[in-house]
Design a binder for this molecule. Structure first.
Ligand SMILES: [Zn+2]
Length: 154
């Protein structure tokens, strides 16, 4: 009797699942609000834009489609210019936080903690980067997450 009921529930469950409509709540995130978030602005002002204004990096921030597992990406374009891409298919709140994380990477490049040698090898604190390290074990990612945890409030 109990088993029969369980099977019945399972069958109902299987029939119900596909008919549940997937929520389609995607809206294009508001890039201006992401950039103007007070904690992101404060990080640019206090942690990145130090020294003479001529030395301040130029940071361009865009929304773009990225692979689903990539929420944000920072490109060091050289000549003190950086491009941060944010995955437009993620939520506003996630992108606001991700921008803070990516800004930490800009600071790391700006201070040459992250660097690229003339032979093309990427370095962290002057040592070649081992890209086989899992993401969570990479010290530059740990630093980006720590500073975001400390300095970013949603
Ligand atoms: Zn990162």
């Amino acid at each position: 009797m109990n088993l029969y009921r369980l099977i019945l529930i399972l069958v109902i469950g299987i029939h119900l699942l596909p008919s549940t409509p997937k929520p389609t709540t995607w809206r294009e995130p508001n890039l201006n609000r992401i950039i103007q978030h007070p904690d992101n602005q404060r990080y640019i002002r206090d942690s990145i834009n130090r020294g003479h204004f001529m030395q301040h990096p130029q940071i361009d921030i865009i929304l773009q489609p990225l692979l689903p597992n990539i929420i944000g990406i920072t490109h060091n374009l050289g000549n003190n210019r950086y491009l941060i891409g944010l995955n437009m298919f993620h939520r506003q709140s996630i992108l606001q936080r991700t921008l803070h994380h990516e800004l930490v990477h800009v600071k790391q490049f700006h201070l040459n903690l992250l660097d690229k040698q003339t032979n093309g090898i990427d370095t962290w604190l002057g040592k070649p980067i081992d890209w086989s390290l899992p993401w969570a074990s990479r010290p530059w990612e740990q630093m980006a997450e720590e500073e975001t945890l400390q300095l970013y409030n949603p």
